[in-house]
Write a protein that binds this ligand. Structure first.
Ligand code: SAH
Length: 429
């Protein structure tokens, strides 16, 4: 059988579905989506079929079908699941020269619906033609959908259209931690405005004519001021380009995403936010630290280590403290918390370059962290975790550790090895 692929314009056209079960519902919904007027015939319509009638373009007739129901219709679906009835519907359609789809018996039908992926404005329809290999048809459809979702297919439009800005959270640096949506938007972008801490490996995969603007800030060097970044986003979008503002972590976690959103909105530019995996949670996880853990911590406070904090409040608040931008200010963080009365045995872990090949963890009780940091010199980007969960860091348990004289053990010793008095400061990397 050699099938002839065809797309039908059903807008405003009358079509019939015979049947009252799930196959009838699916057929009705897809033809309604295509703009058809659908008459559903079933003596015993299921509840979902009855629901369909809320749609103006659906009429449900609660009775047996008759051959004259096929007068003046463009297409028929025989979907009762009863072979005899579906055969009779198909025969009546045949004699009227109307194509008949049989969702439950595709090989016997005169028309078959493909599996579909939409890549606006293109529709990809996958069909095996004769209806004999539905599984293979589905697998190929899913493979195309995945390639579209992950941005593997170069889908950039070649003519300028409406510009817009997507503020995309890129996660902590490993491209595998990008969301599917981030991937897709990157594949469609004309311009990518990239931060220093975004997953930079993906920038090399972009098509050669994608404009990459590196506004990367390093701790002591701010090449492009925020105001200028805002203006850049708006200018490119106004020129009809699709702009991805690729940021590290999540755009709204100490990421100035709110400011960029407000600026674009005020300028009348269409803008959306795509959440990302925040380093505040993912970087501790990379080192084996869950930010909450039953019995150890049931709350997390995320804050910037850059600004002065209310140390007394933080020392009291309990749970886990996660400082971003705290590598350079680690001594000040430790002093602040100790001076405010936090237990010097409180575990602290500093995780540098989480999820990147040269990730390194420095873990020690609060009372010792300054000393240890002086020799290890943690550098940005790093996340500082303070609280009992920090003692769950892989490094705390695995590496041989630095023997220290102080006898104090971590406030909470989640695993037995922590009780050894020597296991008080451990480092890796
Ligand atoms: N919006 C980002 C945070 C931006 S502030 C987010 O949600 O993750 C920048 C800080 O994030 C850095 O100073 C560092 O503290 C942290 N950070 C980001 N990526 C990191 C990584 N791969 N490893 C360690 N810290 C990271």
């Amino acid at each position: 059988m050699t099938a002839y692929p065809l797309m039908l314009d059903l807008t405003g056209r009358r079509v019939v579905v015979v049947g009252g079960g799930p196959a009838a519902v699916a057929a009705t919904l897809s033809m309604v989506a295509a703009g058809a007027h659908v008459v559903v015939l079933s003596p015993f319509p299921s509840e979902p079929v009855a629901e369909l009638e809320k749609d103006d373009s659906v009429t449900v007739l609660q009775r047996q079908w008759r051959s004259d129901d096929l007068a003046d219709v463009w297409l028929v679906h025989a979907a009762t699941g009863d072979g005899c009835i579906d055969d009779a519907v198909a025969a009546a359609a045949e004699s009227r020269r109307i194509f008949c789809v049989r969702p439950l018996h595709a090989t016997a039908a005169t028309a078959r619906t493909p599996d579909v992926v939409r890549a606006d404005p293109v529709v990809v329809a996958v069909s095996d033609g004769a209806g004999e290999h539905p599984r293979r048809q589905r697998i190929i459809r899913d493979a195309v959908a995945l390639a579209l979702d992950t941005g593997e297919l170069p889908l950039r439009r070649k003519r300028p259209g409406k510009g817009m800005v997507s503020l995309v959270g890129g996660g902590p640096g490993d491209p595998e931690l990008l969301t599917v949506r981030a991937r897709r938007l990157l594949a469609q972008a004309d311009v990518v405005v990239a931060d220093r801490l975004c997953p930079r490996a993906v920038l090399n995969e972009l098509e050669p004519d994608v404009l990459v603007v590196d506004v990367g800030k390093s701790p002591d060097c701010h090449p492009v001021p925020q105001e200028q970044i805002n203006r850049l986003l708006v200018a490119h979008a106004r020129a009809g380009r699709r702009v991805v503002r690729l940021k590290g972590g999540d755009p709204y976690v100490l990421g100035r995403g709110g400011e960029e959103l407000a600026f674009c909105r005020a300028a009348g530019v269409e803008v959306e936010v795509v959440p990302g995996v925040t380093s505040a949670f993912a970087v501790p996880a990379a080192a084996g630290i869950p930010v909450t853990h039953r019995g150890l911590s049931r709350q997390v406070t995320v804050l910037s280590g850059h600004e002065d904090a209310d140390w007394a409040a933080l020392a009291r608040i309990g749970g886990t403290l996660v400082f971003l931008m705290g590598a350079a200010t680690l001594p000040a963080i430790a002093s602040g918390l100790l001076a405010a009365g936090m237990d010097p045995a409180t575990p602290v872990a500093v995780v540098e370059r989480g999820w990147l090949p040269d990730q390194r963890t420095t873990a020690a009780p609060l009372g010792r962290i300054r000393h240890l940091a002086a020799s290890r010199l943690p550098r940005a980007p790093a996340v500082v975790v303070v609280g009992a969960v920090a003692a769950l860091a892989d490094e705390w348990l695995v590496s041989p550790g630095l023997p220290v004289r102080s006898a104090s053990a971590p406030a909470v010793a989640p695993r037995s090895s922590l009780q050894e008095p020597e296991v008080l400061a451990h480092v890796s990397g």
